[in-house]
Ligand binder design. Structure first.
Ligand SMILES: [Zn+2]
Length: 296
């Protein structure tokens, strides 16, 4: 049952979170006030964006780094909460995605950068904003502004690194523009509305039935008819690719994947958090390239 499996996963996330917190503490706590500017990010995705701007002038700690974790409904340990409340700057997603941050800073006068507030399309409520390159650019600028206020001596360096980072983002947009030009309005399906903004940038049309996505978002079991309709999209090859979140798999989505493989439909794997060994730009460049390859 979907609800049970998701809750079970959240418990696993909690355990993983504790292990991560312990690992981070072992690597040196940023909460000791040694004068170094400290940034806490909700996930290693926003942590990577923050690191690109911080460079050697500030220390970044990400609360969620486990690639097997699902940040939705994550709950913090006391250690995590202390890290968040002690940070000079808190960088998070917002839009009910990483509510553990909002809980930790509630009632406290914290300096924050919230991606949801920076989003470029205020009419779009999809919370997976790190797939939206213009929003990520705005977040990088905000991080530079906030760090420059905390640490005026390095203000110019923060701004310079934000500019370098934004120039790297252009490379990602170049790939999605090429997809939009070469394969406009390509029909695709998604196991979850995770890479929504990547698809928007590439003008790919998400054909997944609204009912199916709604159920997945609400963490309930989709109606059998919605599951069947989604399955048919794939088995009847009405879509050119399946965008697949490997971090929130269950029987229904695994069946979709198997259906895609049997039908010869390319599967583009996406995640909520940053995979090991890559930074934000490398990761999103690879995601855009994978979509381009699937639609070719
Ligand atoms: Zn999600």
């Amino acid at each position: 049952m979907r609800v049970t499996s998701r809750f079970a996963r959240h418990c696993a996330v909690l355990t993983a979170g504790l292990a991560t917190a312990a690992a981070l503490t072992a690597c040196g706590s940023p909460t000791e006030d040694d004068g170094t500017v400290s940034i806490v990010a909700s996930t290693n995705v926003w942590g990577s964006v923050a690191s690109a701007v911080a460079g050697p002038d500030a220390q970044v700690t990400s609360i969620i780094s486990d690639p097997a974790a699902d940040p939705h409904s994550f709950e913090t340990s006391a250690t995590d909460t202390a890290k968040i409340t002690d940070a000079d700057l808190v960088v998070f997603n917002g839009g009910h995605y990483d509510e553990f941050i909002e809980k930790a800073i509630d009632g406290k006068d914290k300096r924050t950068v919230e991606a949801f507030e920076q989003r470029t399309d205020k009419n779009d409520d999809n919370e997976h904003l790190w797939y939206d390159i213009p929003t990520v650019a705005a977040v990088a600028d905000q991080i530079a502004t906030q760090l420059g206020e905390v640490d005026t001596a390095h203000a110019a360096a923060y701004t310079e690194r934000a500019t370098t980072f934004k120039n790297q983002l252009i490379g990602i947009s170049t790939i999605t523009v090429a997809i939009a030009t070469q394969h406009p309005n390509a029909p695709v399906a998604q196991s979850e509305p995770l890479a929504h903004y990547l698809l928007v940038a590439a003008t790919a049309q998400d054909k997944t039935p609204h009912e199916f996505q709604e159920a997945i978002e609400q963490e309930t079991d989709p109606a059998p008819a919605a599951v069947a309709a989604t399955r048919d999209l794939i088995s009847e090859k009405q879509v050119k690719a399946l965008i697949y979140n490997i971090q929130t798999q269950d029987k229904i989505t695994q069946d979709l994947r198997a259906t895609a493989q049997a039908a010869g439909i390319p599967v583009v794997e996406v995640t909520e958090t940053l995979p090991d060994g890559v930074d934000y730009v490398q990761w999103q460049t690879a995601n855009a390239k994978a979509l381009a390859a699937a639609l070719r």
